[in-house]
Design a protein around this ligand. Structure first.
Ligand code: ZN
Length: 149
């Protein structure tokens, strides 16, 4: 799938809830997103980045795959940590930004089951990044520094 790049307007839309998480079309979209994520060596990809304004993200870190359908943030730690962050919609750009150190979310998985995920470190950062995409929020909104390669 083609990844939309900033400043494409579709990246700014608020994505819609998935009504039928186990539907054939949703499953196919998720499989296509996983393939696109891997082909681009990314850590995470949200559906609006491939032109589908639905609340779906896929994340793969250290060979562990997470499919998040209709993810909801339940709690965020008060503590935040800064780090360099990239995005497949901003090729070759890295920005330094603060994210909550820990996050607890609820989401539906690939089998249509509701799950709770508690994450810290890199996974917590990527989860916050991908959920931002579902709300039309991009890394440029959360940083003051832009380092271009
Ligand atoms: Zn991104």
């Amino acid at each position: 799938m083609k990844i939309l790049e900033y400043p494409n307007d579709a990246l700014r839309e608020i994505s819609e809830e998935v009504k039928d998480p186990t539907g054939v079309e949703v499953k196919q979209l998720i499989l296509d997103m996983i393939q696109t994520l891997r082909a681009n060596n990314g850590l995470g990809l949200a559906a609006p980045q491939v032109g589908k304004n639905l609340r779906i993200c896929v994340i793969e870190i250290e060979n562990e795959l997470f499919v998040l359908i209709n993810p909801e943030i339940k709690t965020l730690s008060n503590e935040k940590i800064p780090s360099e962050e990239g995005c497949l919609s901003f090729p070759n750009k890295f920005m330094n930004l603060q994210r909550h150190k820990r996050v607890k979310i609820k989401a539906i998985d690939l089998n249509g089951k509701s799950q709770i995920i508690r994450a810290r470190g890199l996974l917590a950062r990527v989860i916050q990044h991908e959920i931002d995409h579902l709300n039309g929020v991009l890394i440029v909104d959360r940083t003051e520094e832009v380092n271009q390669e």
